[in-house]
Design a protein around this ligand. Structure first.
Ligand code: GDP
Ligand code: MN
Length: 392
């Protein structure tokens, strides 16, 4: 689950990181009054930023400065409703603009291969890090935190020095440790600050000071760990998620859309994986991964079927149920219910074994709706692939 910048910054603040104040506005008028307050409090300018879950908002025109409340309203008006990489901007972040001396990159990333958190830093901030990685990989420092002890002090100092923040390492080290802490505390796959900046500020008496500030924040949470953070679930931005994903999650189904044409309905993640492997081996391409879970009732089966059919590239549906807690007759009834609501004529090949498989076969047979029952898993897969070929 990706968080919008304004929500991600909240998690940075909770981890003790320095973030300039910010607010969110849904209308130009709101942006105007927020900007007026920052300007009245001494800000030279404000920055208005599109809140969309894609990178490169700056380049796309979604990050703009404004020097007056009038200008802030106009800028917010231009950004709200703007299309950035296919997403319509519905909300902007408003903040006092930072006077940037230099931009850096800092992130904590889950390295699945190493099974540890990787800290990455660079003095080449502000730009896309992928570009830096390609053109000047030596400009990125990268190291793995200890699996049990976390990010060690000397590691944080090493990152600070390699990033060119050696002369202010006492200020940089807590920031680097904070990024790591934010990743751990929230079970995040990614906590990225780009840019982390040295910012200049002038006090009313004229003294100039510099400090490190997080000016952008990108956080991706591990969906599988969200149950440990019920408060973070509220930060989800449903308007930017695939409606199919939202529906699947609501139904408690694990559903992942893939490229192929064979819709798969399976109970159990392992069996779902095995079914996809068999489809591939038989020369077919699965259209999805779907685990309807244990003990699925008829209504859940019918809902899962609707999800599969909402994908226009599905040409055939392969149902593979190993009845244990899930009862075959329940699944069969769900399939018939789904069939009765189905608006698109898609052939269905069904293999149900285990609890109440006989009853399931009889229910499907007596329905007379032409659902094909297969005798074995291999036969079911072969038949599904054959039907998909015929439909292609
Ligand atoms: P992104 O393009 O989606 O990554 O959005 P960012 O928040 O990183 O903003 C892009 C760029 O806008 C930054 O690299 C900065 O150069 C600039 N920018 C962002 N916030 C400020 C600010 O407060 N003051 C100034 N002067 N520039 C900013
Ligand atoms: Mn950025």
């Amino acid at each position: 689950m990706k968080l919008q910048e304004y929500a991600a910054k909240e998690l940075l603040v909770r981890a003790g990181l320095p973030v300039p104040p910010w607010s969110v506005a849904d209308t130009p008028a709101e942006a105007r009054s927020q900007a007026a307050a920052y300007l009245a409090a001494g800000a030279d300018r404000v920055v208005i930023k599109a809140q969309v879950l894609v990178g490169g908002r700056g380049k796309a025109g979604g990050v703009k400065l404004a020097a007056t409340a009038d200008e802030a309203e106009a800028v917010a008006g231009a950004i709200l409703g703007m299309d950035i990489k296919g997403i319509t901007v519905r909300r902007v972040l408003v903040a006092p603009a930072a006077d940037i001396v230099r931009e850096y990159y800092l992130a904590a990333v889950l390295d699945r291969g190493a099974r540890r958190i990787r800290i990455m830093g660079s003095a080449e901030g502000g730009v896309e890090i992928e570009q830096v990685a390609e053109e000047d990989p030596d400009a990125i420092v990268s190291l793995l935190a200890h699996p049990h002890l976390g990010l060690l002090d000397h590691q944080a100092r090493q990152v600070a020095f390699a990033m060119g923040l050696g002369d202010r390492w006492k200020e940089a080290v807590p920031v680097i440790r904070g990024v790591f802490a934010a990743a751990i505390a929230n079970d995040a796959d990614l906590v990225e600050i780009n840019p982390l900046a040295i910012v200049r500020s002038v006090e009313p008496d004229g003294t100039v000071s510099e400090s490190i500030q997080a000016l952008d924040a990108k956080v991706t949470l591990d969906d599988s760990a969200l149950f440990r953070h019920p408060d973070l679930e509220a930060l989800r931005d449903l308007s930017e998620e695939d409606p199919v994903d939202v529906e699947a999650r609501g139904l408690g189904l694990s559903f992942i859309r893939l490229e192929g044409s064979i819709g798969c309905m399976v109970n159990g993640a392992g069996l779902a994986m095995a079914t996809m492997d068999l489809v591939k081996r038989a020369g077919g391409e699965p259209a999805n991964f779907l685990d309807i879970g244990g003990g699925a009732k008829a209504d859940k089966v019918a809902a899962a079927m609707r999800l599969i059919l909402s994908d226009a590239s599905v040409q055939v549906i392969l149902v593979n149920i190993f009845g244990g807690i899930a009862r075959g007759d329940e699944v069969a009834r769900g399939l018939l219910e789904a069939r009765s609501q189905q608006t698109r004529d898609v052939p269905m090949v069904v293999r149900i074994v285990g609890t109440n498989a006989d009853l399931a076969a009889r229910i499907l047979d007596e329905s007379g709706v032409g659902i094909e029952a297969a005798t074995s898993l291999d036969a079911a897969v072969e038949r599904a692939v054959e039907l998909a070929r015929a439909a292609a």
